[in-house]
Each structure stands twice: as structure tokens, then as C-alpha cells.
Design a protein around this ligand. Structure first.
Ligand code: AKG
Ligand code: FE2
Length: 199
């Protein structure tokens, strides 16, 4: 990999270990991944329960994995599809940077500015302690917000650009929440892949 491709920005936020690789995948290659995944992934829209009311999730998702272990969050239980060559290639590329073998990948498709991902932490039991979450962005860049759970003054936002990689590690999920907010700007579609280790 070239020097630019490995450019790494470490966020200077307490109680966290977050790094951002803006040029992880060449733009042209990232566009090819976007186009193929957009077409071939069996995108689904699940319903989520918030305070007892049921809503369609404001984005489409799909779960891939190398085991048959289901993954549950927000009252949704997802069954994994088998890894495809594209998702495996991306997984291996991420694994050149992280010393971890990922077992699953949750994909999100944000169709427009009203699609979003509300405040949460990726702290499900099956992810274990101090999980490493590796998040690849393809397509439209969108803001990613972080806020500390206990200190209202601690927050941060960054634009996740086409072909970038964001790593969240260590105690991040214990102390911080993250979201991808809606935007009023007219925006194109974005695909996000989050690689995880499900125990
Ligand atoms: O779309 C993103 O960048 C974040 C996705 C996310 O936080 C998740 O799937 O848990
Ligand atoms: Fe998340």
C-alpha cells in the first residue's frame, strides 16, 4: 500500500481508541465495490421496537458471517448470509491493518438523507469486552457523531469519506455513543460495512 493509503488519524478523545484511515481504498476500487454490493446484497428492512412502539428501521441492512451464529441488537435477531468474494476481500484488507480475524460483517445502506442510525454503542454481549469494530464507507460521505456517555461536553464529529476506514477499539463502546444523523442536504446512497468478532 502507498503512503497516502495508510494515512492514519488518531482521534484524541478520552476513554477511547478511535482511528480513521481516510484513503483506505482507492476511489475507483471503492466505487466498484459500492456498485456490486448495492446490486447483489439482499438488503432487508427490519422493524425495531423503541419504547414499545414498532418502526421500520431507517436504513436497509444485511448480515454476513462465517458461522451460523445469529446476531441480535435492538430486539432484532439477524441470521448471517455466507461471505461473498467481495466482502471476504474487504475483510482481508481490513485484517492487514487490524491483528484480528473478523467473523461477521453487518452492512448498512443509507438510501438518502432521511436514512440514519440513531445513538447507540456496539456493546452487545456476543461482541465480548473491548470489541474492535472496523467500519468501511462506500459512496456518499456522511457525518459520524460521537458523544461521551457521562460528560456532555465531550463530543466529536467527522465526515466518513468514500473508501475510508474507521476503527473503534479498546474502551470506546463502554464510554461513547455514536450515530449517523439524518441530513437535510440532498445526498446519494452510502454503504457501510462494519466488521465484528462474534464470540
Ligand atoms: O454507518 C456507519 O458509519 C455506522 C454504522 C454503525 O454504527 C453500526 O452498524 O453499528
Ligand atoms: Fe455502531
Amino acid at each position: 500500500m502507498g503512503k497516502e493509503l495508510l494515512k492514519k488519524i488518531e482521534l484524541d478523545l478520552p476513554d477511547s481508541a478511535i482511528s480513521y484511515y481516510p484513503f483506505f481504498i482507492y476511489k475507483d476500487e471503492a466505487t466498484q465495490y459500492f456498485n456490486r454490493l448495492r446490486k447483489t446484497v439482499p438488503w432487508q428492512q427490519d422493524e425495531i421496537k423503541v419504547f414499545g412502539k414498532v418502526y421500520p428501521q431507517p436504513r436497509l441492512t444485511a448480515l454476513y458471517g462465517d458461522s451460523n451464529k445469529p446476531y441480535s441488537y435492538s430486539n432484532i435477531v439477524m441470521q448471517p448470509h455466507e461471505f461473498t468474494p467481495d466482502i471476504l476481500k474487504l475483510k482481508q484488507k481490513v485484517e492487514t491493518i487490524c491483528a484480528v480475524k473478523f467473523t461477521s460483517c453487518l452492512l448498512n445502506l443509507y438510501r438518502n438523507g432521511t436514512d440514519s442510525n440513531g445513538w447507540h454503542a456496539d456493546n452487545e454481549k456476543e461482541l465480548g469486552i473491548n470489541p474492535l469494530i472496523a467500519s468501511v464507507t462506500l459512496g456518499q460521505e456522511r457525518y459520524f457523531h460521537l458523544k461521551h456517555r457521562n460528560n456532555k461536553n465531550l463530543k466529536h464529529k467527522l465526515l466518513l469519506q468514500h473508501g475510508s476506514l474507521l476503527l473503534m477499539a479498546g474502551p470506546t463502546q463502554d464510554h461513547w455513543l455514536h450515530q449517523v444523523p439524518k441530513t437535510a442536504k440532498p445526498v446519494q446512497e452510502r454503504i457501510n460495512l462494519t466488521f465484528r468478532v462474534i464470540k
